[in-house]
Ligand binder design. Structure first.
Ligand code: IMP
Length: 197
């Protein structure tokens, strides 16, 4: 089976290739195509954005396509930053800008009321009539301050209930086992195992 990954993110490509290498799947990325657009994420749900990306890349390449979208949803501020997680502080901002905005917005929210959940949705389009959607979640809370140096995005302010550690204090291997994206990918791996049986 052929599969094209609808992303330009090299870290995601490495992670997905490593996980799926045991399956009989020939994985293609943007590097093998002349035309491979950066699909605009303008839908109001993670599923909408992931599906839009997968469809566009499926239509352009003519191959089964897989895309994901992730957001951080904080209960106390009505699910923000949610689907806008990558541009919470505006267009062309850094991860640090987004973290600083979130800490600012939550300055008055006391400990114990700072629950948050990371969600990843992955959509796989096999053909016009065959589509699979999976979701992975990871629950935690937003800390009062940053801690840890690993990871990216909101990792240094996203803390786990059990250990009290932030995502940025975990190795990539530790994080992948419990993260939203890791869990979604494990589910999609099972789907692909069935399809390629
Ligand atoms: P994307 O859909 O994977 O590009 O994720 C959207 C945004 O969510 C990113 O720009 C990050 O700010 C944030 N994000 C996604 N995954 C993670 C993660 O594992 N840790 C921290 N932040 C993340």
């Amino acid at each position: 089976m052929k599969l094209v990954l609808a992303t330009h993110n090299k870290d995601k490509i490495t992670e997905i290739k490593a996980l799926l290498q045991v399956l009989p799947i020939n994985i293609f990325t943007f590097q093998e195509f002349v035309r491979f657009p950066d699909v605009v994420e303008d839908r109001d749900t993670l599923e909408g954005n992931a599906e839009k990306k997968a469809w566009e890349i499926f239509e352009i390449t003519g191959m089964p396509a897989m895309a994901d979208d992730t957001g951080l949803f904080v209960d106390a501020i009505n699910g923000e930053p949610g689907v806008f997680s990558s541009r919470y502080a505006g267009e062309n901002v850094t991860y640090a800008d987004n973290r600083e905005k979130l800490i600012r917005e939550m300055a008055d929210i006391p400990e114990g009321k700072r629950d948050a959940v990371f969600k990843t949705v992955i959509v796989l389009i096999i053909n016009d009539n065959e589509k699979y959607i999976v979701e992975g979640r990871c629950e935690g809370y937003i800390g009062m301050e940053e801690i840890g140096t690993m990871g990216f995005g909101y990792d240094s302010i996203f803390y786990l209930h059990d250990s009290g550690k932030s995502f940025a204090e975990l190795t990539l291997e530790e994080k992948n086992k419990i993260s939203h994206r890791g869990r979604a990918l494990q589910k999609m791996k099972k789907v692909l195992e069935e399809i390629t049986k």
